[in-house]
Design a protein around this ligand. Structure first.
Ligand code: P6P
Length: 331
């Protein structure tokens, strides 16, 4: 039986794939892995310890911060600041970016943007949630503190992106631009082990994921697509099914594996959609494109958007290429 390959072994084995000097990517990924393992431990026992529920605070999005949101954010900041490979971070839970000011971190060549716990409103009802991260090379001189321009880079500049899904098992899925690989956490050894090598998103699929409660607010194009998937035309035996978890990482992970489209389009109440470009749409777009899928805003490929602000929202249509193209044909 082929031996188990851990994430650490995989990264070292593929060192030449990474546009990083030797060892830097391994250390940066290891910092992220450490934080993910700690978060996983807390998520898995959230019902047992006083970490469920909401704080009295709101994040910059105006969303009530869950206790686990804050905990997860603190774990990433601590792991990345102590690791020294990143000179700064930006996260959904922090109004502004954080430029690390210790001497070692100022030597860091990279910045990391992340959503520490996406879908956190689902924590209390035990639905899968996730972490999403994206890694860029810094634009500013090494040795200085990070600046806003280090973070406002288009998705095309990403050097790595990934997500962790805390579900029936905990998986880490990432890309460095050489395909997508998935690793499942084996709690008995505390290691992420290669379980989904070279992940590919089917070019077509049967699943569409959207919050249809907002149908009346969607554009005519999106409403036309929804009519299409529900057309009662038995001759075509139209096979579609709606699957919507309300946790982007969980919906996208399923659609990546089985084929499908996830849509959070513009609407009357959310003219730019809801999901954030920097730490949700770009990383998931990089992964999906590397797996053979597509990520589009309805007017431009997600990763071609030039960011204007840290928490900028964009509409997103992402998943199987033929399904995204079908929606775009109505635009
Ligand atoms: P709605 C979770 O809050 C999130 O950011 C994504 O994970 C999820 O896909 C979306 O919002 C759900 O939003 O408006 O359908 O509840």
């Amino acid at each position: 039986m082929q031996g188990v390959k851990t994430l650490s072994e995989f990264i070292i084995e593929r060192q030449e794939d990474f546009p990083f000097a030797s060892g830097e990517f391994s250390r940066l990924m290891n910092d992220i892995v450490i934080a993910s393992k700690i978060i996983n431990r807390e998520v898995n026992k959230a019902g047992l310890v006083e970490i469920l529920g909401a704080t009295e605070n709101e994040n910059v999005q105006g969303e009530t911060q869950q206790k686990l949101d804050v905990f997860a954010d603190e774990q990433f900041i601590s792991a990345l600041q102590n690791g020294g490979e990143a000179c700064g971070i930006a996260s959904e839970e922090n109004d502004d970016f954080v430029a690390f000011d210790n001497e070692r971190s100022k030597q860091g060549k990279y910045i990391v943007v992340f959503d520490p716990l996406d879908g956190s409103s689902n924590i209390d009802v035990n639905v899968s949630i996730g972490t999403i991260f994206s890694i860029y090379r810094r634009k500013t001189e090494i040795g200085q503190k990070a600046e806003l321009k280090d973070f406002l880079q288009s998705g095309r500049e990403q050097v790595a992106a990934g997500y962790v899904i805390y579900g029936s098992s905990t998986m880490l899925v990432y890309t460095t631009g050489n395909g997508v690989n998935g690793f499942t956490l084996d709690p008995s050894i505390g290691e992420f082990c290669l379980s989904h090598p070279n992940m590919k998103c089917p070019s077509n699929g049967k699943i569409y994921s959207i919050n249809e409660g907002k149908r009346a607010e969607f554009s005519n194009a999106v409403q036309s697509y929804l009519d299409y998937v529900k057309e009662d035309d038995k001759s075509t035996k139209r096979p579609y099914a709606c699957r919507y978890i309300g946790s982007m990482v969980a919906d996208l992970h399923r659609n990546l594996l089985k084929g499908g489209i996830f849509m959070y389009p513009e609407s009357k109440s959310a003219p730019n959609g809801k999901l954030r470009l920097l730490y949700e749409c770009n990383p998931m777009g990089f992964i999906m494109e590397q797996a053979g899928g597509k990520a589009h805003s309805g007017s431009i490929n997600i990763m071609d958007i030039e960011p204007e602000s840290l928490h900028q929202r964009v509409p997103i249509l992402i998943g199987s290429t033929e399904m995204v193209d079908k929606v775009l044909s109505y635009y």
